[in-house]
Design a protein around this ligand. Structure first.
Ligand code: CMP
Length: 136
């Protein structure tokens, strides 16, 4: 079965909407197969966002992602990667429609409430980075 990794980011943690966001995935019929509330290390963030390393927003992104622990989760379901990204809405919260997670809970392009794996290869890579085998 397909899997995807979701991080509920510090802006959403501070807004106290972890439960509401999880509820959207449960209502969509996906199965939660791993979860932990965890402070991301500098090393993990360097690996997680390696493809953004040269971008001007990279230092600010790392600082934002360590403002609080994040709610890291692994979800399972048919076509879960694509369907979860549709529920999230586009990266820029200001362009995300009402009813999407970023449209309802995000603030801007950086503080966008949630991270969801881009494709199945990213989901596998991210799951291996953040979860120990016995946590899934
Ligand atoms: P995410 O889906 O976690 O993938 C990379 C993250 O970088 C993205 O969500 C945003 O939080 C952040 N991001 C992407 N583009 C920008 C940008 N132009 N300025 C600031 N942050 C960005």
């Amino acid at each position: 079965m397909d899997k995807t990794v979701i991080l509920i980011k510090p802006d959403a943690v501070k807004k106290k909407v972890i439960g509401e966001i999880i509820s959207r995935f449960e209502k969509a019929g996906f199965i939660l197969v791993g979860a932990k509330f965890v402070k991301l290390s500098d090393k993990l963030l360097d690996e997680w966002y390696a493809h953004h390393k040269e971008k001007p927003f990279f230092p600010g992104l790392k600082k934002f992602m360590t403002e609080t622990p994040v709610m890291a989760m692994l979800w399972e379901g048919k076509d879960v990667v694509v369907r979860v990204r549709a529920l999230c809405g586009p990266t820029d919260s200001t362009k995300a429609g009402k009813g999407t997670i970023r449209g309802d809970f995000g603030t801007d392009i950086q503080q966008n409430a949630i991270h969801a794996s881009e494709d199945e290869a990213a989901a596998k890579r991210e799951a291996d980075l953040i979860f120990l085998p016995q946590e899934i």
